[in-house]
Design a protein around this ligand. Sequence first.
Ligand code: CTP
Length: 217
Amino acid sequence: MSFLTNKKVLVTAGPTYEPIDPVRFIGNRSSGKMGYAIAEELTKQGAEVILVSGPVSLAINNSKIKIINVETAAEMYDACHAHFKACDIAIMTAAVADYTVAEPSAIKIKKKESTLTLDLIKTKDILKSLGEIKSTKQILVGFALETNNEEANALEKLKKKNLDFIVLNSLQDKGAGFQHDTNKVSILDKYNKMTKFELKAKAAVAKDIVAYLKPFV
Ligand code: CTP
C-alpha cells in the first residue's frame, strides 16, 4: 500500500487559450510537462487522478488518470469545481490566463486599422476559489512562477489562496520553468518551512512534490 492508495487527486496542467476570434487566441508558453509528470507520479503512489488539461501536445496512457480537456480559463474553472468536492488533494500547476477577451469576435477580425485595441477582463482565480471552499481534510497545493521578489510573492500567494504548500519556480533560474524538461523549485509550506531543491528532470521534481504531500495526508 502506498500513502496515496484510495486518494483522489485533482491536477490542472498546461496553458489556457482565450479566444480573440475564431482563429486567434491569447495563450502562454506552458507546455504542461510539470503537471503531467505530477499526475503520473501520483498514480505511482496509488492515487486516482483527474487531470484538467489546457491545450498541450502531450499524450498520456494511464488508466488511473482521467483527462478532462479544456481550453479557456472559464472552462477550467467549471471542470475544477465539478470535481473538487470529491477529491482529497488538488494540485494546480496550470498557467491560467489572468485576463480573457471581453467580447471575442464571432467572425475573423480583418486588418483594417493600423492599431487594434482589445478589452480584457480578469478571469476567476481557480486556486483561490478552491481555497475558499476547501474542507480541513482537503490538501491544496499551488504553483508560483516569479521573475523577481520570488519568496515574498510566493508566501503572499500561499496565504491569500489558503494553501498547504506552494511550489515556487523562478524564471531567473537556468533550465527552470516553461518548455524545459528540467525544473528547479522551492517549496514553502503553511508552517513557514522552506525547502530548496536542485535542478533536476521534471519527473524527479514531480517525485519531490508528491513526497512532500506525505505529512499532510
Ligand atoms: N491560478 C488559478 N487560476 C487563475 C490564476 C492562477 O488557479 N486564474 C493558479 C495557478 O495554477 C497557480 C497559482 O494560481 O497554481 C499561481 O498563479 P500565478 O499566475 O503565478 O498567480 P496570480 O495569483 O495570478 O498572481 P500574478 O499573476 O499577479 O503573479
